[in-house]
Design a protein around this ligand. Sequence first.
Ligand code: SF4
Length: 367
Amino acid sequence: GDAAISESPLHPRRRSRRIMVGPVPVGGGAPVSVQSMTNTVTADANATLRQIGELAQAGCDIVRVAVPSQDDADALPSIVAKSPIPVIADIHFQSKYVFQAIDAGCAAVRVNPGNIRKFDQVGPDICKAATDAGISLRIGVNAGSLDKALYAKYGGPTPEALVASALKEAHMFEDVGFHDFKISVKHHDVVTMVQTYRLLASKGDWPLHLGVTEAGPAWQGTIKSCLAFGSLLSEGIGDTIRVSLSAPPVEEVKVGCKLLEYLGLRARKFDIISCPSCGRAQVDVIQLANAVTDGLKGITAPIRVAVMGCIVNGPGEAREADLGVASGNGKGQIFIKGKVIETVPEDRIVDTLLDKAHEIAERMKEE
Ligand code: SF4
């Protein structure tokens, strides 16, 4: 995708080793990639591919599909063949689907050793199959599937318990000479999650997949993910992220991409700057900001558009915007880089802004 930024402006990134998920590098200073997971029935390859297309369009770098049944496993070859981005098969319980996913050409497989039956025995075979196919794996624990013995030993899914579990799995793989894996240690609690990843990051150079489990509906999950990923990424920890939301997966991708943009870890895209509005506002800022955001959905050029409710803090305040409006007296002052270029009646504000934004975006494309 367009995730060309590999260094963080906030903190040097942790030096993890690099694995490949198809053509997408993860770790070793590669740009932080955005993942999501389809929520279609995987066996419905057409619906799944349609959703993958939508996710890729929104900036998703890697997609994961659940493989809970034989029909889902059977659909993998056609999904992999037509997906515009690398596909990771997500497998719990049944190791036979792991081998089928590898045969299907999946770019990686996510296995949960905590719930794969007889993992001690089948683990080395999985490593061998992955090595032969040249693909990577993801391992790691969720608080919910922590090994019972570790749960008892640490008195719950504490950071120490989750890391102990991850280390056990990692060593099992490394003992058979397999190194192409990343680790996740997910928890639903932001503070525990951050502590767990910090601890794990201090124990080795595995690339880390960041995730908050069961983060909740969009509003709450967005806050949790931004806090957890923001804390870790601003310390240089994290190589790939998946925002989990009880919302359509494209929303996860949008949040993930924006989060990276705002952290300076992904090239800036279209952004809207709008004032909160106050008693001075002479226009419905909320409605105007939404109308402009909606009208500019398709714009990929990195333009900043400002919507200001009055002229007090209007053009000057939004000088850094490429384009903007400050309202007053039933009119809108349209400005470019802080200079008023036109004054239009209120009902022309949205159309004028959209026209100008498209002109600027075109010009940016040519440059
Ligand atoms: Fe209030 Fe004007 Fe500032 Fe908006 S730009 S918050 S309306 S003073």
